[in-house]
Design a binder for this molecule. Sequence first.
Ligand code: ADP
Length: 228
Amino acid sequence: MVVMKDVYKKYPNGIVAVNGIDVEIQQGEFVYVVGPSGAGKSTFIKMMYREERPTKGTILVNDMDISKIKNRRVPIFRRSLGIVFQDFKLLEKRTVFENVAFALEVIEETPRTIKRKVLEVLDLVNLKHKAGMLPTELSGGEQQRVSIARSIVNNPRIVIADEPTGNLDPETSKEIMNIFEEINSKGTTVIMATHNKDIVNSIRHRVIAIESGMIVRDEQRGDYGYEN
Ligand code: ADP
């Protein structure tokens, strides 16, 4: 669960990117975050995984007050989350398998468990047969599938994705969305910032629209609501 109470974020340059947000996202929801460029979507999302700290307000993620936790506790907190980026952020010199396994090695799982879990999630994203390849040998869609596999290998309760289809063509974007749907159908919360109008309008979920750092619309099964 994610709860924000009266949250503000002012960057050191004086820009107020988030200007008083109150929101609750329940376990198991699928939420799109939409709005024009510069509206504050990324900042809103970054505060959920403590990449940015709010200037004011409270943020609870899985009952933990993450506006208060110490920096050294952040890596432990992040283990309860999966995070997916527009640009994948894979380790270029590591194989697909190693990229996914990395998240498990830091929590000291046995090699046997690591292998089982990694192959299980690679199977889910249909990439088991490419486990030994390097990211540079894969298409953009395949790289994003690796990064999704990496994000869920720890069984997080929440997956946060910032423009996950931003670099992908429409067909590949649909494949990626199907994977997020499958993850969500198993009870994982999915929170996704997106500019993908076709997807938001065809696979209906809760839509939170942000403009000038404020929530201007919050609708169940909402539409995209912008021209593009
Ligand atoms: P969006 O994701 O909707 O495009 P952002 O959250 O990235 O919006 O940005 C919101 C506002 O905050 C913009 O005016 C942007 O220039 C500013 N901003 C974003 N990140 C930073 C930062 N690290 N330092 C200063 N200003 C920032």
